[in-house]
Design a protein around this ligand. Structure first.
Ligand code: SF4
Length: 400
């Protein structure tokens, strides 16, 4: 069986940031113990209904704010995975954290528990932008957190940044990015701000209190970011992600996200978590309260025979993905990988047909439009051009 990834959703936050529409909640920390108990049960149910012990190559605690959890609760989840799955020796175990509230002692205990990668939600180094985004930290706290992360023994650190913030100039963006790079992270995730319905930021823009996002400026910010990051030794490997190479030559890419982009299997545990395994996509019920209730009531009433892998009692939908859909999704996700792209050989091995026969017309047209190219050296990999990275959506839509 191919190694799977595991995503654990932690839907708790101290407050709601102005741009955020994630599945997360404020003021329900009292649910944390029963939520973690439910996650542990879900982890064991899925293992029990699989016909083999599942090898696991990555675990990702995402949110929400996973760093709200006491380390004991994180240990319970990791123990449960270890007991029920075959966690590979080199497994990447990531945890998202917010700067400002991270102590050295907390990080040290996390490291001892086995977490080996931290992703810090930095977002900006500029005070005004952090206030506008409703982030409750300042740059000095980010720098302090990075110091704690390193002292606690983490060799793999990501910083998340956002560009295209209202009133942000090119100069502001470059200064944030340079300050981020000066902290010597191993990985950078740089996202263009999107206005999501229901967020405070969206309502401020629609009421005319803030300017509309400027797509041309965002595209310029993206290009400058690419140049700056590459000049400082980062390699772009995905549309929004850059990583350093280790001395051994390995790129410190996020192994967990690579699993998604390669359209390989992952299990999602927790409220609103998504999964893709055994040829099925799963989505769990959204709210933590309902999630806990579903897992608990099922525990009392049902037997494991009623479940079929990978659908858990908390699954709201389980959708069979046919071969045609899998091919389309593989193209859409794989083309996000700016170096790896879609390999002729892997596509042929996976689907038994050449990629350029399935998508002959689309590939020819997108190459003619300057958005796609075959790797000029090997001619074996189909990938986005620099122009295609900015206009990625125009490419992906042609494959679905
Ligand atoms: S901390 Fe992250 S998940 Fe929580 S509200 Fe802010 S952006 Fe959303």
């Amino acid at each position: 069986m191919q190694p799977h990834s595991i995503y654990i959703h932690i839907p708790f936050c101290r407050h709601r940031c102005s741009y955020c529409d994630f599945n997360t909640y404020v003021g329900i920390d009292n649910l944390i113990p029963s939520y973690i108990q439910a996650i542990c049960l879900e982890i064991s149910y899925i293992a029990q209904i699989s016909d083999q012990k599942i090898p696991v190559r990555t675990i990702f605690f995402g949110g929400g704010t996973p760093s709200i959890l006491p380390v004991d609760e994180i240990c319970k989840v990791l123990d449960q995975v270890n007991r029920n799955y075959f966690l590979l020796d080199e497994a990447e175990i990531s945890l998202e954290a917010n700067p400002g509230s991270l102590s050295y002692e907390y990080l040290r205990s996390l490291r001892e528990a086995g977490v080996n990668r931290i992703s810090l939600g930095m977002q900006s180094a500029n005070r005004h932008e952090l206030i506008l985004l409703d982030r409750r930290h300042a740059y000095y706290q980010i720098a302090e957190s990075v110091g704690h992360v390193r002292r606690a023994g983490f060799k793999n650190l990501n910083l998340d940044l956002i560009y295209g913030i209202p009133h942000q100039t090119l100069r502001d963006w470059c200064s944030s990015l340079k300050l981020a790079i000066s902290l010597e992270p191993d990985h950078l995730s740089l996202y263009s701000l999107t206005l999501e319905p229901g967020t405070s930021l969206n309502s401020w823009v629609s009421r005319g209190l803030l300017p509309e996002p400027d797509d041309d400026l965002s595209a310029e910010m993206y290009e400058i970011a690419s140049e700056l990051a590459e000049a400082k030794g980062f390699e772009q490997y995905e549309i929004s992600n850059w990583a350093r190479r280790e001395k051994s030559g390995d790129l410190l890419a996020c192994q967990h996200n690579l699993q998604y982009w390669r359209n390989h299997s992952y299990l999602g545990f927790g409220a609103g978590a998504h999964g893709y395994a055994g040829g099925k996509r799963t989505t769990n019920v959204l709210t933590p309260g309902e999630y806990i209730q579903r897992i608990r009531s099922w525990e009392k009433e049902a037997s494991l025979n009623e479940l079929s892998f990978p659908g858990s009692p908390a699954a709201e939908s389980v959708t069979l993905i046919n071969r045609e859909e899998e091919i389309k999704e593989t193209m859409m996700m794989g083309l996000r990988l700016t170096q790896e792209g879609i390999s002729r050989e892997s596509f042929q091995d996976r689907f038994g047909v050449p990629v350029d026969s399935v998508f002959e017309q689309q590939i020819q047209e997108l190459i003619a439009a300057g958005l796609l190219e075959w790797d000029p050296k090997t001619r074996k990999t189909l990938r986005l051009t620099r122009k295609g990275r900015i206009l990625g959506n125009q490419v992906f839509i042609r494959f679905i």
